[in-house]
Design a protein around this ligand. Structure first.
Ligand SMILES: Cc1cc2nc3c(=O)[nH]c(=O)nc-3n(C[C@H](O)[C@H](O)[C@H](O)COP(=O)(O)OP(=O)(O)OC[C@H]3O[C@@H](n4cnc5c(N)ncnc54)[C@H](O)[C@@H]3O)c2cc1C
Length: 640
């Protein structure tokens, strides 16, 4: 009999009955903070969630002042537990990451136990510090820029639990766990405190890039310390003149006698005040656009570069967003100078799914707050959730959150597959889903937060309640890692490429294989088919316009369309993306509801909504551009 591999957590192999994950210092029952051992530093102590001034309190709020009640963001969230228990094909994940001989049941049980431990720490300690993290913001002390103490305490707790290096390889000090599992932790963290989640991501993001592109020496030097949370890094692309237009990056990397130096400025760099930064710079003199870029690692030690400032902002306030200045900064190439765009693109695509998961966490927080509030707040002699308009809002939010989660699970699984087999065909499916998850995770979760705020009435804008913070935090989602408009352009350019390669697809199920193959019984199937048909009609209309402008040669593939020919199509990129995202969310939820029966009513709702969104966008697009191009022409002529 071949020996079965045991599951592992925290970098070491453990059996279920043997060594346990490091347990968090979370009280087993409610304990007054003052009596906890070891003594708690007042600056880092979790702030007990205060009971609201009115009679209305969230269900999970502590009933006594100064008492921290344990809350578990995994075990106390029925949808998250159902997703773990029934929504993930764990056997596939275990085989992918632990090998064919792994004991699936034992591994999954250990992973579940790990999430319960993480959920308890995150739900109790991280969540209770979130207000303080937000209120204090970034510490600016005599020129030094630092994370605030509650945020540092969160990260220390996560490091103590061995949660920092979850997806990093075991040989470099990580836990080597699948992304599908990390996604649960990221979601819970984003629900508890999005600033903490962002900082948490900047241990693994630079480490993963070093693992992928670095030399053996670089991996040994940086990755184990990042995986243990001893140092934190940043990834710097954006410059004052180069935001969405990455091709305008001007920071220069120059080599002399085998040593590289950087000169230039970076803007809006998350965790830019950390210990190192991976910089996208122009490595080939005279190169333009996306060619000739390179990735470089620069250590911050000895004032190697200057952290000029941290921006004052109203969203993810705890996470330092820094302006950096490089002036003769010593740096080492990460990978081949000149291949930088390729490297940064794979980082961005993974981060985009990460931002979608962040949206999921924030949306979950907003939904939980609104559900609790609507159950307790009474107006006109009944809980407000019994007023149909409020009930509809809650149902709508629940559908969006569960739908996004179903799509995230699908993407995480694809991610795990291509991490082990980079050439797997799943690459194309992940490429299709990535901008949709980022777009929906941002735009739809902002809508969810907005509804949560509305459900709170006047209390929604009062800082004593958390929904105003969820609203503020959600507003970063459509901006970083590529704005919503850039996601839409990516999604629609790929779609158009697929249509131009195989125009006959528009006569059948459309250019998306996943949507074309989706078949479900009953109303879900009918609504999805109607939504898909509306999308195909829209695309046919847009393609007909493109061919009118550019000639039939475009369909024969004899040439690519020019920017001017594409413009009327791309004007509607966000509408098409919205339709695509809703269709995929409904499809993913319908597929998940085969295993999670509770999702069936939500899947039906998502399918109907997708159909209505598709129809609305079809009508809007068919109605024409409403004078946009005339306005642009006027601006241009006024400038001449
Ligand atoms: C809190 C925060 C953290 C960040 N962290 C990092 C980080 O760690 N590393 C990093 O490198 N960067 C980071 N960024 C930068 C972020 O990725 C950029 O802000 C983002 O890419 C947008 O660039 P921009 O701000 O220059 O906006 P612009 O690119 O100037 O865009 C302005 C507006 O124009 C729209 N627009 C631009 N081009 C087009 C187009 N072709 N078609 C349609 N619309 C268009 C955009 O969608 C947007 O609405 C961060 C930003 C913030 C605010």
């Amino acid at each position: 009999m071949p020996r079965r591999r045991r599951p592992s957590f925290g970098g070491r192999r453990r059996s279920r009955r043997g060594a346990r994950p490091r347990l968090p210092a979370v009280p087993r029952r409610s304990v007054p903070l003052g009596r906890r051992a070891p003594a708690v530093d007042a600056r880092t102590a979790p702030v007990p969630r205060r009971p609201a001034r009115t009679a209305v309190r969230a269900r999970r709020e502590p009933r006594r002042r100064g008492v921290l009640l344990p809350v578990n963001f995994f075990l106390d969230d029925p949808d998250l537990v159902a997703t773990f228990d029934r929504g993930v094909p764990w056997e596939r994940v275990v085989r992918l990451t632990e090998g064919p001989e792994a004991d699936v049941a034992e591994t999954v049980a250990t992973w579940r136990e790990m999430l319960a431990v993480a959920g308890r720490y995150i739900g109790t300690e991280v969540a209770s510090r979130a207000r303080a993290v937000d209120a204090i913001g970034v510490v600016r002390d005599d020129g030094r820029i630092e994370m605030n103490e509650p945020l540092k305490a969160n990260l220390k707790g996560l490091a103590d639990l061995g949660l920092i290096g979850l997806p990093l390889p075991r040989e470099y000090g990580g836990s080597g766990l699948p992304f599908t599992l990390s996604a649960f932790v990221i979601e819970m963290l984003a629900r508890a405190c999005p600033s903490t989640m962002v900082q948490f991501a900047f241990y693994t993001a630079p480490a993963a890039m070093i693992v992928r592109y670095g030399t053996e020496e670089q991996k040994r030097r940086y990755v184990p310390r990042l995986a243990r949370g001893e140092i934190i890094g940043a990834v710097a692309m954006t410059e004052p003149q180069a935001g969405s237009d990455v091709g305008k990056v001007a920071t220069e990397a120059t080599e002399r006698d085998g040593c590289w130096t950087l000169n230039g400025r970076k803007q809006f760099i998350s965790a830019g005040n950390g210990d190192l930064v991976i910089v996208l710079a122009r490595a080939v003199r005279g190169s333009r656009g996306l060619d000739g870029l390179g990735l470089f690692i620069a250590d911050r030690a000895d004032g190697n570069y200057v952290v000029e400032r941290a921006e004052h902002k109203f969203t993810i306030r705890g996470s330092p967003t820094c302006a950096l200045m490089f002036d003769g900064t010593k740096a080492e190439p990460l990978g081949r100078p000149g291949d930088g765009w390729h490297g940064i693109l794979s980082f961005m695509n993974e981060s985009r799914v990460g931002v979608g998961i962040q949206g999921l966490g924030i949306g979950t927080a907003a939904l939980a707050a609104a559900s609790a509030y609507a159950a307790e707040r009474r107006q006109m002699d009944r809980p407000i959730r019994e007023h149909p308009m409020v009930a509809e809002m809650l149902l709508d939010m629940e559908t969006s959150v569960a739908g996004l989660r179903a799509l995230v699970v699908e993407a995480a699984l694809l991610q795990d597959t291509i991490l082990t087999r980079p050439d797997a065909p799943e690459r194309h499916r992940l490429r299709e889903l990535t901008p949709l998850i980022k777009w929906y995770g941002a735009e739809e979760m902002i809508r969810v937060c907005r509804l949560a705020l509305q459900i709170h009435g006047g209390y929604g804008v009062v800082t004593e309640y958390d929904v105003e913070r969820h609203m503020r935090d959600s507003l970063i989602l459509p901006i970083y890692e590529g704005t919503s408009q850039i996601q839409a352009l990516m999604a629609v350019r790929d779609l158009m490429r697929a249509i131009l390669q195989r125009p006959t697809g528009l006569l059948r199920g459309g250019p998306s294989a996943a949507l074309a193959g989706a078949r479900f019984p009953g109303a879900v199937g009918r609504d999805l088919a109607a939504g898909r048909a509306a999308l195909i009609r829209t695309l046919r209309g847009l393609m007909a316009g493109l061919v009118r402008r550019g000639g039939i040669g475009l369909l024969r593939g004899s040439r690519q369309p020019t920017d001017a020919e594409l413009a009327p199509f791309l004007l509607h990129a966000e509408r098409i993306t919205e339709t695509l995202a809703h269709l995929h969310v409904a499809r993913a939820l319908a597929e998940a509801s085969a295993r999670i029966a509770e999702h069936r009513p939500l899947a039906a709702r998502a399918a109907l909504r997708a159909r209505l969104v598709a129809e609305r966008n079809r009508l809007t697009i068919a109605a024409g551009d409403g004078g946009v191009f005339a306005r642009i022409a006027r601006w241009r002529s006024a400038q001449r």
